[in-house]
Design a protein around this ligand. Structure first.
Ligand SMILES: Cc1cc2nc3c(=O)[nH]c(=O)nc-3n(C[C@H](O)[C@H](O)[C@H](O)COP(=O)(O)OP(=O)(O)OC[C@H]3O[C@@H](n4cnc5c(N)ncnc54)[C@H](O)[C@@H]3O)c2cc1C
Length: 555
């Protein structure tokens, strides 16, 4: 490389040669280059899906999808409340990139894969496709997550399933905002949160009144109503028996808009490609699903899947952020050396990589429980308590990981041209929806109280790794001694959940990951003394090996 100035260009503007910038991380296979994900997929019985995962990996790693994601986040969705004649239409206009991304992601099985072909490992395979797509474009993952998670609820009602099942499980996305009968595929939205409360859904004010034909009319408002262009929604409304769950089509069979009036779109901190609205239901036609008065329980049964998707989504954001950082520092030089070869940077990247990999193992462990719960009560109980633990901890860790990965880029990471700025704004979101941190931790306490066998299943899982590392054994013994007291203290619920999560991660890494990963995790997160800030791995750790495992492209 020459330090001499190049010859001025035709117009005489050239002042310098562009040096010391990494090549774009584009047109690569995001599955093949994610060694942790490959290990997870094989360990949890989804190795058969490798070909499909490579295809998804190449799609989400392509420069084309990166450009689509950028476009969908720069030209934002717009509410078209009326047509030019003044009629209400309540539609959302999107940049075409949004629809192309939706078509690609649904076409690769992000909704249907595990439900259509529920063979062993199917949920893990679908989880891996979803994890990869969260790195393609996180905004589209909101409708995908809701549609995937609505399946178990809708399937329980034969009439509703007959109406919607085929369309929801279709891999042929259809973005037209018209009645479902004319479409090749459908997406599902969720309308729960109202102004006076999102966590405490017992405060729901929206009311449902019965019609003579067996349908209901719903009147009220919803304060967060994402994907308002969805074909069908699950919503909560009051009946005389209490809060009940309803299925509301976006358009009626005669082609008219169901009586939903979109008030405005939210101007959000992140997740900007995805439309989130405020809505009024003005006598919207609906069908009751599940028992009247048991709507929160019915609605929340999809929550188990959405929470796991939040954990997968946040683990994916971490992987994307760390891959970007590792790529950047393997090319950028400062003070005569490549950044990744400088001891402090090596420690930072290794520490970040460790956090991201441990997050992925934790999230996928409870996705694997979905695959196994049919044949094992222990797995069902483990999944019951494990899903909220993973949701809480992975969503809690993603924001500091993304912030530190951004800093690894220096100023370049803070500029909108770079994907890091988008990841940074996205990072806190999964921690809010589907149960905020406190609510999730209270749910873990509740499951310990109401289903004490969950605790036995959890302890069995933790004991699987016993005897492999003395630091782990000591931490597990300490936890078992403290548990009877901790589980009684609501104010300490976060501490309890965090301790379980870290032990679960340590156990998973000990059982499945390369020795240097487990060793670094135990030395920092389990043995004590780790500050919680990245770049604090103790001496004696092979930080170079841990950091290099995260680099997506060699050379
Ligand atoms: C971008 C975006 C899109 C969304 N899309 C949808 C959607 O499509 N459909 C939908 O229904 N909702 C949607 N939501 C709403 C989301 O589900 C709620 O924001 C969430 O459930 C929290 O409810 P809340 O905002 O009313 O907060 P609150 O319930 O008021 O909580 C505020 C704070 O209090 C804490 N808290 C609550 N209860 C307790 C307690 N008992 N003890 C201690 N602390 C407590 C919470 O942890 C939180 O930190 C969306 C939100 C966002 C940000």
């Amino acid at each position: 490389m020459s330090a001499a100035l190049p010859a001025p260009d035709l117009h005489g503007y050239a002042t310098h040669e562009v040096l010391n910038q990494p090549p774009p991380l584009a047109d690569y296979d995001a599955y093949a280059t994610d060694r942790a994900l490959g290990d997870i997929v094989r360990a949890f019985g989804a190795g058969w899906a490798a070909e499909r995962l490579h295809e998804t990996g190449r799609t989400v790693g392509s420069a084309h999808v990166q450009e689509l994601a950028r476009a969908a986040n720069r030209v934002l969705p717009e509410l078209r409340s009326h047509d030019r004649f003044g009629n209400r239409v309540d539609r959302i206009d999107f940049h075409p990139a949004w629809h192309e991304l939706m078509g690609l992601a649904i076409g690769q099985g992000t909704v249907s894969l595990a439900w259509r072909d529920p063979r062993p490992g199917a949920q893990v395979a679908r989880g891996a496709v979803f994890y990869l797509w969260n790195q393609g474009e996180a905004g589209i993952c909101c409708p995908i997550e809701m549609t995937y998670s609505a399946v178990p609820v809708l399937r329980r009602d034969p009439a509703r399933w007959a109406e919607w099942g085929e369309l929801i499980l279709s891999d042929r996305y259809d973005g037209r905002q018209i009645r479902a009968g004319e479409k090749t595929g459908a997406t599902v939205g969720m309308a729960m949160t109202e102004k006076q409360g999102g966590s405490d859904l017992r405060q729901t004010q929206t009311a449902a009144t019965p019609n003579r034909d067996g349908t209901w009319s719903i009147t009220g408002h919803k304060w967060f109503f994402s994907v308002p262009q969805s074909d069908v929604f699950l919503t909560l409304a009051r009946t005389p028996e209490g809060v009940s769950c309803f299925v509301v089509a976006g358009w009626l069979p005669d082609g008219s808009r169901n009586r939903l009036q979109l008030q405005r779109l939210k101007d959000k901190c992140g997740n900007r490609s995805n439309a989130s609205s405020e809505v009024e239901f003005r006598g919207a036609i609906a069908h009751l699903i599940g028992e009247p008065g048991r709507g929160i329980r019915t609605g929340l049964s999809m929550n188990h899947h959405t929470r796991l998707d939040c954990a997968l989504g946040s683990a994916a954001l971490m992987r994307q952020a760390v891959a970007q950082a590792a790529h950047h520092v393997s090319h950028r030089r400062a003070f005569q050396r490549t950044l990744i070869d400088q001891p402090i940077m090596q420690n930072v990247v290794a520490d970040l990589a460790l956090e991201a990999e441990a997050a992925a193992w934790l999230a996928f462990r409870f996705v694997a429980a979905l695959d196994r719960e049919g044949g094992s009560e222990r797995e069902r109980l483990l999944g019951r308590i494990g899903a909220p633990i993973a949701k809480y901890w992975v969503c809690k860790r993603v924001t500091p990981v993304v912030a530190e990965a951004l800093e690894c880029h220096g100023g370049n990471g803070f500029i909108e041209d770079h994907v890091m700025a988008r990841l940074y704004r996205e990072a806190p979101l999964n921690g809010i929806w589907e149960g905020t941190g406190n609510v999730i931790c209270l749910d873990v306490l509740r499951s310990m109280e109401r289903e004490p066998d969950c605790v036995s299943a959890l302890l069995d899982e933790l004991r699987e790794a016993k005897g492999t590392d003395r630091r782990y054994d000591a931490a597990l013994a300490g936890f078992e001694a403290d548990l009877p007291d901790l589980r009684r203290r609501e104010g300490q619920a976060r501490r309890l959940v965090e301790r379980i999560a870290v032990l679960l991660q340590a156990g998973l890494l000990l059982r499945h990951a390369p020795a240097e990963m487990a060793d670094a995790f135990l030395a920092s997160r389990v043995a004590g003394g780790w500050s919680g800030h990245f770049g604090d791995l103790p001496a004696g750790i092979d930080a170079g090996a841990v950091a290099r495992r995260a680099v997506p492209l060699a050379g």
